[in-house]
Design a protein. Structure first.
Lengths: 290, 166
């Protein structure tokens, strides 16, 4: 028996869950898929007094479409999304990012919203939410609010949520006709945490000028980082523009220095991945290999 | 709301390898330990105990998952299948037979977890590519075989399964 003792709560309804979160204060952890939380409990890196298991909340096990977004409930497994052709075509970046998360076996349990709440800066789903400009819906006994991706991640493994708040839904903007998406990461082995990850969404108008460009970096600092791209709108995605953006990504990131890789190496990876990804987008569309 | 205080033992009732089982466990007991120590399912192998090695993989409601990353109380009311439900010593399943024929195991520590994954994988991917098999297997550590024989065993089982279909 590895984890320290905890009280276990299994609410049957969302209201019960929110009441319990309110009463239990800040020494409770929400248990969804458990693929990040339970390893931390097993190693006793986390020793909460209570666990609130939301897996019985069927109302959160739903995937719907509303207001141009795919709405993914808090207990929807990553594997369920991966096996949903509709979800993968409506949010094409999911098709690229999901296979990179842990392993097939852990994705059978791990949830999208749980990964967002865990806020690991090298994880794929916080990066995906950031580059798409998505949001989460948060509930507590005090009410509900929507938190944009840019406001959600506060620091390493830290979100802007209050202790009594629960992410109930993630909103992933649906694909737009001319927009193209890419997600790449570098890991030592498939399924390992990425040493660096880059995601982007690019839209070029009929004349080849940039009408939308979002470029986000993972494993590059205390949270997913958006690279400044506003000045690129209306310009062409030339080799020089790609080089400028890759330099900007390199200069703008502040990755950790640890036994897996030096900060300098991670920054080089960020620059290389950015350059490769944008170079592919600079090619005419028909030459792209998805 | 169901509540289990830390010092209590929770009643757990589940279907384990097709048999209804009623047991008790404290809330913090991992499903892997529960299956081995309480239910006597020593075919559930416990390796890293933090979700990396894949040795403890079982099927919960038909999906391969790490039993070291679930609590026993979370299996209450669910179906759990270990490798014991695939076949027996006298009557191996087609997948087990393929592992035998390809010498896809040596010490056997990782094998039950791999068989649980591969069984579901083949049901979902009746005609897998080698790349897909490798990606499925990357959720399991094997330190004996170098994986080649395991990949061959899974691919060959898929081919044999197709041959049997009229």
């Amino acid at each position: 028996m590895k984890p320290a003792r905890f009280d276990y709560y299994l609410p049957a309804t969302l209201d019960e869950a929110l009441d319990a979160l309110h009463e239990l204060g800040d020494d409770v952890k929400v248990l969804a898929g458990g693929q990040s939380l339970v390893p931390m409990l097993n190693m006793r890196l986390a020793q909460p007094a209570a666990l609130l298991d939301i897996n019985a909340l069927r109302e959160l096990d739903t995937i719907t479409r509303e207001n141009g977004a795919l709405r993914v409930g808090a207990t929807v497994r990553q594997g369920t999304l991966e096996r949903s052709p509709e979800a993968l075509s409506e949010v094409p970046l999911l098709a690229q990012a999901l296979p990179l998360i842990g392993h097939w076996q852990t994705r059978n349990r791990g949830t999208l919203c749980g990964s967002l709440a865990h806020a690991d800066p090298s994880a794929e789903l916080p990066l995906l939410l950031t580059v798409l400009g998505g949001s989460v819906e948060v509930r507590s006994t005090r009410g509900s609010r929507t938190v944009a991706a840019g406001d959600l991640f506060a620091s390493y493994f830290t979100t802007a949520l209050e202790p009594d708040e629960l992410i109930v839904t993630a909103n992933l903007p649906l694909a737009r006709p001319r927009r193209r998406y890419a997600f790449q990461e570098f890991a030592q082995r498939h399924g390992d945490f990425a040493l660096a990850a880059v995601a982007c969404a690019v839209e070029l108008d009929e004349s080849g000028r940039i009408s939308h460009l979002a470029l986000a970096l993972g494993g590059a600092g205390e949270m997913p980082l958006l690279v400044e791209t506003a000045d690129m709108l209306g310009t062409e995605l030339t080799a020089a523009a790609v080089a400028t953006l890759a330099e900007r990504a390199w200069a703008g990131c502040d990755p950790p220095n640890d036994h897996h890789a030096s900060a300098a190496f991670r920054r080089q990876l960020v620059r290389t991945l950015t350059s490769r990804m944008l170079t592919a987008f600079a090619q005419p569309q028909e030459q792209l290999v998805r | 709301m169901i509540t289990h205080k830390a010092a209590e033992r929770a009643a757990i009732s589940l279907t384990l390898d097709g048999v209804h089982v009623k047991e008790e466990a404290p809330a913090r007991m991992l499903l892997s330990d529960f299956l081995r120590q309480t239910c006597g399912k020593t075919e559930v192998h416990v390796g890293c105990e933090h979700g990396v090695c894949g040795a403890c993989t079982v099927r919960v409601d038909g999906r391969p998952v790490r039993s070291c990353l679930m609590f026993a109380v979370q299996a209450d009311g669910h179906n759990v299948d270990t490798v014991a439900s695939l076949g027996s010593r006298d009557e191996l399943s087609p997948l087990q037979r393929s592992f035998h024929e390809h010498h896809a195991l040596q010490c056997g520590f990782c094998t039950p977890g791999i068989l649980n994954s591969a069984q579901v994988f083949l049901e979902e991917h009746p005609d897998p590519s080698e790349r897909e098999v490798v990606e499925m297997l990357c959720g399991h550590l094997c330190r004996c075989t170098g994986y080649r024989a395991i990949v061959d065993a899974v691919l060959d089982c898929a081919r044999a399964g197709k041959d049997e279909t009229p």
